[in-house]
Design a protein around this ligand. Structure first.
Ligand code: GDP
Length: 131
């Protein structure tokens, strides 16, 4: 996902350019907005964390770009491309280093396993939206 801060700042094109230039194929993509229930479900693993309310508010405040990406070793390579959760710790040239402002508003989401990538892809897209 390109998170609401990326959409608000007009960074969709610049981020997608880095993603496709890094060898990812776009299998599915849409501009959409998460409801509170969507965000609470998507981030359910964090629901005991002190930042959960802030995270849900942030993720629902405006549109996001949802996408499914394909590549050899996609999960690991995408996490390398986006950089550390905290942009202050994200390596030079990573998406979060270039486009994120804080640990909470960190520009992009990437799945953390193949299993979760499947679950998260199905959360956003139906079969006929995947190519
Ligand atoms: P990710 O896999 O790199 O996105 O990181 P996590 O799964 O640990 O956290 C999910 C999201 O919650 C992050 O991308 C941030 O938007 C937010 N988040 C994580 N840690 C913190 C924190 O310490 N404070 C706040 N405010 N938000 C956080």
């Amino acid at each position: 996902m390109l998170k609401p801060d990326s959409v608000e700042k007009g960074n969709i094109g610049a981020i997608l350019e880095k993603v496709t230039a890094s060898g990812f194929r776009i299998v599915a993509m849409k501009l959409t907005q998460l409801t509170k229930a969507d965000a609470e479900a998507f981030y359910a693993v964090h629901n005991e964390r002190p930042f959960f309310g802030e995270l849900v508010n942030y993720m629902t405040r405006g549109p996001i770009v949802a996408a499914i990406l394909e590549k050899e070793n996609a999960v690991q390579d995408f996490r390398t491309l986006i950089g550390a959760t905290n942009p202050a710790e994200a390596a030079e040239g990573t998406i979060r280093n270039m486009f994120a402002e804080s640990i909470s508003q960190n520009a992009v989401h990437g799945s953390d396993s193949d299993e979760n990538a499947g679950i998260e892809g199905a959360f956003h897209f139906s079969e006929r939206e995947m190519f």
